[in-house]
Design a binder for this molecule. Sequence first.
Ligand SMILES: NC(=O)c1ccc[n+]([C@@H]2O[C@H](COP(=O)([O-])OP(=O)(O)OC[C@H]3O[C@@H](n4cnc5c(N)ncnc54)[C@H](OP(=O)(O)O)[C@@H]3O)[C@@H](O)[C@H]2O)c1
Length: 360
Amino acid sequence: MPTVSRIFVIGATGAQGAHVVRGLVEDGRYEVLALTRDAESMRARELAALGNVSFLQGTFADEAMLREGMRACDGAFVNIDGFNTGEKTEIYWAMRAYEIALEEGVRFFVYGNLDYTLKKSGYRSQFRTGHYDGKGRVGEWILQQNGSNGDRMGAALFTSGPYIEMAFSGQTPMTPRIEDGVVTWRVPLGDGAVVHVALEDCAYYVRWLFDHQERANGMDLEVAIEHVRYADLAAAFERVTGYPARYVDTDLDSYFAPINAVADRPAGYNADPNDKSTMSFRDNFSGFWNQWKYGIITRDYGLLDEIHPKRIRSAEDWLRREERRAQETGGPTLWERIQPDAINRRPVLKMSEDGRRGAL
Ligand SMILES: NC(=O)c1ccc[n+]([C@@H]2O[C@H](COP(=O)([O-])OP(=O)(O)OC[C@H]3O[C@@H](n4cnc5c(N)ncnc54)[C@H](OP(=O)(O)O)[C@@H]3O)[C@@H](O)[C@H]2O)c1
């Protein structure tokens, strides 16, 4: 396959995209053209400082923008923000991004994907998760298209999962609280496990896909650290930091009670609340937690060991790296990061930093 050199990145300023971009440009191998609605935002300026990053200002919900970005590049990494669009609109723009990439001569297309939970659960509504199913359906469609288009433009799926960083950040589904001095995760997980990913490893995996296009063409690279049980996460936190921690299993009603006022609003901040296809937070995140609680999602850890021999292999491994980095840089420790006055200071998700607002 022809080597690509310049990659159009949708979602570049986001939690996932920023790591992906760093992985692509840090040794000068690739250039990135980053689509953003605001090239002056703090996160955009941090990307610019990496070097080899330029910007296209606009939205993915605009064919002219997609066309301009795809035409200027020979590779594409596309992570369409479903928490902006809602499920229905995400599906449309993700499909158009693929079609326009083909038309405009992109040679390799990597789609930021999530598991097609509804299908993987055997089509049972208790597992409906709009922000997973929206991506997962398109992911399957892209692989099917690639069967006939793969010579003209290669394509791969990068299927990730909840960032482990979210378990230590404000305004996420698994934000911890310190209760009577004990770090506490109250989530509806039962004895299940969250298939957490580390953002640092997302950088490696996406870079690997672009570096190994021959093998990656048609691949669904499903990644994770491990299946993380929250009792184990709490125990690892205690071992690594010396501070007490616990997991409290919670039923869905108790989980949503603190956000009852907003739980029935659309999960996507620009989704139409009057459109009957729009999923609420409550419905969307009930399915989300059920998929972990009932073990719907699997990973091939042997494949990940082969592709990324130095990958982060356990939550404890990730915790130790974070503490080591804090020591080396003088930055805040995990315990300091989750204090009530600190936890919302730098949320992992850009969407939270922006107050769940912004143009479609
Ligand atoms: N949270 C997780 O654990 C997780 C894990 C895997 C996948 N995901 C998926 O990743 C997506 C969100 O990305 P993220 O996790 O990196 O969140 P994030 O930190 O909130 O970033 C959102 C990104 O989407 C971009 N964006 C939003 N609307 C846009 C628009 N109309 N046009 C162009 N760019 C737009 C933002 O760019 P600007 O603001 O600069 O325009 C930003 O780069 C969602 O679909 C989510 O389901 C999330």
